[in-house]
Design a protein around this ligand. Structure first.
Ligand code: CO8
Length: 374
């Protein structure tokens, strides 16, 4: 097929610091206990709400998460701070998001058998971009000596699949020949670690995928994109109000009250049926039965959620090779999650085998690709 597009390589940057549930719970326990002692009188009078004490057992049971990687650990675990130390960089220094992307880009390009200067399209997709402009994607393009064009986009946890569809479209219409989809997620900087309901959910990572026209591809391993599908449906159940209007608002709000928040149970209930229907329609359009799919690389937010989605799509519980789990070690890395699963768990599949890469999250947004190993 002349307009066939293939994924020819993937790369992963895993930050150097891991935080276990026990470590996270210990620091928030100190912080919450201290707060409650300091505000004992107001709490007693009912004018201040006591802070809840977290529980490591709850976290693993409710989510399947055991640990997460972060760009900086000491600040997150400091009970007086509860957020990473990320020193200000000058304009002459590489931005943090570009820096974490470089090792993943090189790994992905090596798999694809491509040089940095052969890239002519870079799309950075993430749930938060560290500045409005110049685009981090353009900074990466400049740093690696790529040609063509680059831009940033944000569709929260679905940023990877949405940017992959954009890359597929660009390759098919001839506006690019070698596209990089880069998903640098520094979730630790937009999570409120003081909130018991949210402090355990996220982790940092960066993934990269190389996409090319099948005619051009030289990689030893290639995954043909049979179909992409994107879907959005407005919801306030996952929200982040941090933005450029904040300093102009008349009622100033604490920046850490503005970052990520969600109604987790509602998200779970509403998103599972949407994703199941999305995958069924995606497979239906290709006249494929779910039984034909060897692997589901799903968004990594919650283990029970993924088991339920896979169970409803397959009609039975998946085994661990069919719907690989990486959230136990990485937690929810937003858009990077399903790509990490694809990167680490696509071994053992043979030519002709089919898989589905699917992400879902804030917006709501759902994106998926059906791929076939060549
Ligand atoms: N320790 C002890 N108890 C806790 C803790 C904790 N750490 N956290 C909550 N509890 C308590 C609650 O307060 C509640 O207490 P009570 O019954 O007294 O009210 C009780 O435990 C039960 O809480 P929940 O009902 O919230 O527990 P759930 O079983 O629903 O599990 C989950 C919570 C794990 C969050 C679950 O609801 C879930 O995973 N839902 C799906 C969420 C999801 O997929 N979200 C997608 C978000 S990602 C995205 O798209 C945004 C991208 C932006 C990235 C932003 C990066 C920062």
């Amino acid at each position: 097929m002349p307009d066939s597009v293939v994924i020819t390589g993937t790369g992963l940057f895993t930050p150097p610091h891991s935080i276990s549930n026990d470590e996270l719970v210990a620091s928030l326990t100190v912080s919450a206990t201290r707060f409650n002692e300091e505000h004992a009188a107001e709490i007693e009078a009912g004018t201040v709400e006591a802070r809840a004490i977290p529980d490591a057992e709850f976290i693993e049971k409710a989510s399947g998460i055991r640990s997460r990687y972060v760009m900086e650990k000491e600040g997150v675990l400091d009970p007086d701070r509860l957020r990473p130390h990320l020193p200000t960089r000058s304009e002459d220094e590489l931005s943090l998001m570009a820096e974490m992307a470089l090792p993943a880009i090189d790994e992905a390009l090596a798999q694809a058998g491509r040089r940095r200067d052969e890239v002519d399209c870079i799309i950075v997709g993430a749930s938060n971009i560290q500045r409005a402009y110049p685009a981090v994607a353009i900074e990466i393009q400049h740093t690696i000596g790529a040609g063509g064009w680059a831009y940033d986009m944000n569709v929260a946890c679905s940023s990877a699949t949405f940017s992959m569809q954009a890359a597929v479209d660009a390759l098919r219409n001839g506006s690019a020949r070698c596209a990089l989809v880069v998903n640098p997620e520094i979730t630790s900087a937009h999570n409120n670690f003081a909130l018991r309901d949210h402090h355990f959910i996220f982790g940092d990572a960066c993934t990269v995928a190389v996409l090319e026209r099948a005619d051009d591809a030289v990689a030893a391993e290639q995954w043909e994109v049979l179909r992409t599908r994107l879907e959005t449906k407005f919801s306030n159940s996952i929200r982040n109000d941090f933005g450029f209007l904040n300093p102009c608002e008349d009622d100033a709000r604490d920046p850490f009250e503005l970052v990520f928040r969600q109604r987790g149970q509602q998200v779970f209930k509403e998103v599972v049926p949407l994703v199941v229907r999305h995958i069924e329609e995606q497979l239906g359009a290709l006249s494929l039965d779910a039984a034909a799919i060897r692997r589901f690389w799903l968004h990594q937010a919650n283990l029970k959620m993924n088991q339920l989605i896979a169970k409803q799509v397959l009609g039975r519980l998946p085994d661990e090779t069919e719907a690989p789990v990486i959230l136990d070690r990485y937690a929810n890395t937003s858009s990077a999650g399903s790509v990490i699963a694809f990167h680490l768990h696509r071994g053992g599949l043979e030519a002709g085998h089919l898989g589905v890469l699917c992400s879902f999250g804030a917006g709501y947004s759902i994106g998926s690709l059906v791929v076939r190993k060549r």
